[in-house]
Design a protein around this ligand. Structure first.
Ligand code: AMP
Length: 115
């Protein structure tokens, strides 16, 4: 828990969000500035600032983030047509919130390369 971190505040319930999934290790909620008709953020409850801070002990947790992404994709009927999951790292990777999160984006055509 970081007192400065907006995602820690959402996890603690002191900042509101539209929650789409919660279990003992993970919270997922709608992105406040959606970039696709489906845009969810899948966030570990543990405060891990960036991918660079991952330890081998986080391997299972990272797998769980993808399991939640898969489940939410099925729930929103985008699994068959396709979707994108993204995790940005640091400034040039486009990271704005320093608490790791998977973006789940779907229900529109994605393009490559991403901007
Ligand atoms: P990133 O640039 O990968 O760090 O993504 C951060 C994401 O968090 C952006 O897509 C923001 O729109 C989103 N975001 C920031 N604040 C909030 C919030 N209070 N509730 C939901 N999403 C947020």
């Amino acid at each position: 828990m970081s007192t400065e971190c907006i995602f820690c505040k959402i996890i603690a319930g002191s900042l509101t969000s539209n929650i789409v999934h919660e279990d003992n290790k993970i919270l997922a909620f709608e992105d406040v500035n959606p970039q696709a008709p489906v845009h969810h953020l899948i966030v570990p409850k543990e405060h891990i600032p960036t991918i660079n801070d991952l330890l081998t002990e986080h391997n299972e947790l990272i797998g769980q983030l993808f399991q939640v992404a898969k489940t939410l994709a099925k729930k929103h009927h985008i699994a068959e047509n396709g979707y994108r999951v993204v995790m940005n790292c640091n400034e040039k990777g486009g990271q704005a919130v320093y608490h790791i999160h998977l973006h789940l984006l779907g229900d529109r055509q994605m393009h490559w390369p991403p901007g």
